[in-house]
Design a protein around this ligand. Structure first.
Ligand SMILES: Cc1cc2nc3c(=O)[nH]c(=O)nc-3n(C[C@H](O)[C@H](O)[C@H](O)COP(=O)(O)OP(=O)(O)OC[C@H]3O[C@@H](n4cnc5c(N)ncnc54)[C@H](O)[C@@H]3O)c2cc1C
Length: 414
């Protein structure tokens, strides 16, 4: 370990040291066309763990995580300086969401000292991948309505139920799993968050194949999964506070505004930004004024999204905006991606269905997953609800189950 920087090292000195270290230790890439790290590929995860280990050993892992949990304890300006320096190098970007920006960030806020020392440190060393086990087959937006149950048996907890849409769970070591521990109280009051080992013999995990062919999503069936009290994150029946924190971190992460993300480049393949100049040239339409205008509109969206991240993050940090304002970033990010994909499809036309990921003509492939940015991290509709109710102060939407004990709430067809 060479965590040898001092708290007095300036951002410029830190950046200079990072520049030298990156050149000596990390694989160089073309930032305009980074190598793909498909999230459904086991080798991509092995590679990410190995690169993370290098960062850790070099003293550049977890820049904004506290030192006692394996990080550097520095502020966001240092992370941003590192991100700028690292654009031309391969980084383990697939570890950012959800391991660092959501799961570790939530553990940092709500976990026990032991959980932080064990899991945040292990993740920063590249030894652990963490995922979120929140959504269920019965629905994801009404997260407080989960029906996976955890029952007390002696000094253990036994979990039964099912989770779904868990990004990258097949590659993970632990999952933050929200379960119901009390059915006699209103839905938000009877939940507990557990940190469960994914390889537990009681968990059956299956891949879900998406329209695009990707198999990164998983579903998990919990059949008598027993864990101890050390698996409880936060308070028993206080799981909603933990889940709320998780959603807060998720919205910021999905909106690209988390200080716990390391590296700001693209994950490659379909995640690479669309290069309109190349696309217009490839399709023989470089002089088409109308299409150039459309491409310009998409690029302006990107620029505004960048500025919004800066603006909202700063104002939340300074207390000018409430934490829920992170949702503004999340909402605009989804709109930006969708304007981008729609524009690419309009420019590429029929040619957009023949391309492979990353060849510039893959607009059709991107279109197949266009909707996911408006669903992951909570849907766009739920984001608008959050902004309406918790940023703008509009009245809360009607909920028939508010204040009603969960076992008296009507579900499905009853
Ligand atoms: C890319 C991606 C990654 C994901 N990763 C994970 C993960 O790692 N772990 C995990 O647990 N889940 C994950 N999910 C699942 C995601 O959290 C859920 O899909 C999402 O919360 C919506 O839940 P649902 O699909 O069950 O839709 P539902 O909740 O059934 O909603 C259906 C529709 O009704 C609308 N709706 C519902 N309630 C309201 C309301 N009150 N007001 C207005 N409209 C409403 C929704 O906006 C939506 O359009 C991921 C999803 C995607 C796309």
């Amino acid at each position: 370990m060479t965590h040898d920087q001092t708290p007095t090292e300036s951002v410029a000195e830190f950046a200079a040291r990072a520049r030298v270290w990156l050149a000596d230790n990390m694989p160089p890439i073309d930032p305009d066309s980074p190598p793909a790290a498909p999230r459904d590929d086991g080798d991509a995860w092995k590679r990410a763990r190995e690169l993370q280990k290098r960062l850790y050993e070099g003293g550049f892992a977890g820049i904004c995580f506290p030192r006692e949990y394996g990080g550097l304890g520095l502020d966001y300006t240092y992370q941003k300086a590192f991100d700028d320096e690292s654009l031309c190098y391969e980084l383990p970007l697939i570890l950012n969401i959800p391991t660092f920006t959501i799961c570790c960030a939530t553990l940092l806020d709500t976990g026990t000292e032991e959980q932080k020392k064990q899991h945040i440190a292990a993740a920063l060393r590249g030894d652990e991948v963490l995922v979120q086990l929140l959504s269920e087959p019965s629905g994801g937006s009404d997260l407080a309505g989960v029906i996976t149950r955890a029952e007390r048996r002696g000094d253990r907890w036994v979990i039964n139920g099912a989770k779904t849409w868990s990004t990258s769970a097949f590659a993970a070591d632990y999952g933050l799993c929200l379960a119901r521990t009390n059915w006699d109280v209103p839905k938000h009051e009877g939940l507990t968050m557990f940190l469960v080992p994914i390889d537990h013999p009681g968990i059956t995990l299956r891949h879900i194949t998406m329209l695009s062919g990707s198999t990164e999503f998983c579903e998990e069936f919990f059949d008598g999964v027993d864990v101890g009290d050390d698996a409880v994150v936060g308070e028993v029946n206080g799981g909603w506070a933990v889940a709320s924190r998780q959603l807060y971190h998720e919205r910021r992460a999905v909106g690209q505004g988390s200080e716990f993300a390391s590296g700001s480049g693209s994950e490659g393949g379909n995640a690479n930004p669309i290069d309109y100049v190349a696309l217009l040239a490839k399709t023989g339409q470089a002089d088409n004024e109308r299409l150039r205008e459309m491409a310009g509109r998409a690029l302006v969206h990107r620029a505004v999204a960048e500025q919004l991240i800066e603006h909202v993050s700063r104002n939340v940090r300074d207390g000018v905006l409430p934490p829920a304002a992170g949702t503004l970033i999340r909402l605009f990010h989804a709109e930006t991606v969708q304007v981008d994909v729609d524009t690419a499809v309009a420019v590429a036309g029929a040619a957009g269905v023949v391309g492979e990921a990353g060849d510039g003509l893959e607009a059709g492939l991107r279109y197949l997953v266009r909707q996911s940015v408006a669903i992951g991290g909570g849907t766009t509709e739920m984001a608008r609800n959050v902004i309406g109710e918790r940023v703008l102060g509009f009245p809360r939407e009607y909920a028939a189950d508010r204040g009603v004990p969960f076992n008296q709430v009507r579900h499905g067809k009853d």
